[in-house]
Write a protein that binds this ligand. Structure first.
Ligand SMILES: [Ca+2]
Ligand SMILES: [Ca+2]
Ligand SMILES: [Ca+2]
Ligand SMILES: [Ca+2]
Length: 244
């Protein structure tokens, strides 16, 4: 890789940078130039996961030897251990083209701790095709890609990895450059990645841990002065201070 591939040297290929032109943490660097777009303890490349990978060429998903890699029934980036791309877990091989997918449903990936999840997002291919699943047995799923109103490509569980299979749950340049991966970068853009209700900007100001909600409480954080006027201030849950 060269400088043109990784504009901010965070190890994340630019094509995998989430919301590249925004400045999520308002530090003056747009995300594609910012190694740590949400200003917490982890660079972007540690907070973006592959959620779909395929060896299909230019979106042609039908044919023997075509495979897809994904986590069924869903993946939650709050629990990154779910992103297990061993073939035995994540590999599905093309089986047939069918006109309907009765009983199959769109895959939605949640995000957040149990009981406090943010709205889930639908899983799609790099081309934007919906990715559906149908439970065929205990924890056994068929995968359907919806290419049209009456065109679905059906994939079945397999563990016999093809030669170009990658077990990595991070962006791989060989697949990225061919538009064969989709990503979940919600954590990299989250200004409250520990779900404790305090923005990372506020946590950093108060020397709290933006990636841990186990010891923080907004009532624990009192800052003396905000640089403009003296006196005790409660840290607000957003950004800045509230006078006592
Ligand atoms: Ca920034
Ligand atoms: Ca980060
Ligand atoms: Ca927080
Ligand atoms: Ca915290």
């Amino acid at each position: 890789m060269g400088p043109s591939a990784v504009g901010d040297d965070d190890g994340l290929f630019d094509g995998a940078e989430p919301s590249p032109w925004e400045d999520t943490d308002e530090d003056g660097l747009i995300n594609i130039r910012d190694t740590n777009s949400n200003d917490d303890n982890f660079d972007d490349d540690e907070q973006v996961w592959v959620v779909f990978r395929t060896n299909a060429v230019e979106g042609d998903y039908s044919g023997s030897g075509v495979s897809v890699g994904l986590i069924a029934p869903s993946a939650n980036p709050y629990y990154p251990e779910v992103y297990d791309y061993q073939a035995s877990v994540a590999l599905y091989t093309w089986d047939s083209t069918v006109t309907s997918a009765t009983g199959a449903g769109q895959i939605y990936n949640p995000y957040g701790p149990n009981g406090d999840e943010r709205p889930p997002v639908p899983l799609t291919t790099p081309e934007g095709y919906a990715v559906l699943q149908k439970e065929e047995g205990s924890s056994v799923y068929d995968i359907y890609l919806q290419l049209g109103p009456t065109q679905y490509e059906r994939f079945v569980k397999d563990s016999n990895a093809p030669g170009d299979w990658s077990e990595s749950n991070r962006s791989q340049q060989a697949f990225l450059k061919n538009h064969q991966e989709t990503y979940d970068g919600r954590v990299a853009l989250d200004m409250d990645p520990d779900f404790d209700g305090i923005s990372t900007i506020a946590e950093d100001l108060c020397n709290l841990n933006p990636d841990s909600n186990d010891t923080d409480s907004w009532t624990r954080c009192i800052a003396w002065g905000d640089g403009r006027s003296a006196g005790p201030r409660w840290l607000s849950s957003e950004r800045g201070f509230i006078s006592m």
